[in-house]
Design a protein around this ligand. Structure first.
Ligand SMILES: [Fe+2]
Ligand SMILES: [Fe+2]
Length: 202
């Protein structure tokens, strides 16, 4: 079950082109993150049977959710991405009745804000996004992003630990929590090994 409708294909091409020339964009939130979150969201949606999910709305929201995330402005990225996403949806002539649903899911995707994901699409996007922050991919993204911000590895690790502590309890779906458990265990083993190597030097 993949969604390769006309709008998804066009949004995908547009976003890729846009982010290739955007040097301020966080390296952990470039084209590859958006596409992985879309795939993770579709995978999660397959597991959810207690409600109808509009896969096109979900795909569009995944492709646009971090479309404007400068590495130096994480706090402002939801508002910025919303503004750009709205413009892209208009440029694509995306159906007016579906636009607010895509934008709502984007508005509610970040664990930095107090919003609670309200629709099923928003809940799935929220979890898919958090899953991309776990496992080997999640670790690689944290260090890429932290390098761009000029952090020490120990600072990156502290930031990551705090983020995980805050976001894991916020996950919205049972399927998301289940997919996340294996990759969270991997991250925890990485933390433990890091600590072990540091202690060897004391
Ligand atoms: Fe985000
Ligand atoms: Fe994201």
């Amino acid at each position: 079950m993949d969604v390769e409708g006309r709008f998804v294909e066009m949004a995908s091409m547009m976003v890729r082109e846009l982010l290739e020339s955007e040097t301020d964009q966080s390296v952990a939130h470039r084209w590859d993150h958006l596409e992985r979150v879309r795939r993770r969201a579709l995978k999660l949606a397959r597991e959810i049977t207690d409600g109808e999910i509009d896969l096109e709305v979900l795909s569009m929201a995944a492709l646009l959710h971090d479309v404007d995330e400068p590495y130096h402005d994480k706090q402002g990225h939801v508002a910025k991405s919303l503004e750009k996403a709205e413009r892209i949806l208009l440029d694509l002539d995306y159906p007016e009745d579906k636009r607010p649903r895509v934008l709502e899911a984007i508005a509610e995707h970040s664990s930095e804000d107090d919003f609670q994901p309200s629709s099923l699409e928003a809940k799935v996007l929220f979890d898919a996004d958090k899953l991309d922050g776990l496992g080997a991919i999640g670790i690689a993204r944290v260090f890429a992003f932290s390098g761009q911000r000029g952090l020490l590895t120990s600072e990156a690790l502290e930031w990551y630990r705090a983020k995980i502590e805050r976001t894991i309890p916020m996950m919205q779906t049972e399927a998301g929590r289940q997919f996340g458990a294996r990759d969270l265990a991997y991250v925890n083993s990485f933390f433990a090994k890091y600590r072990e190597e540091e202690e060897e030097l004391l």
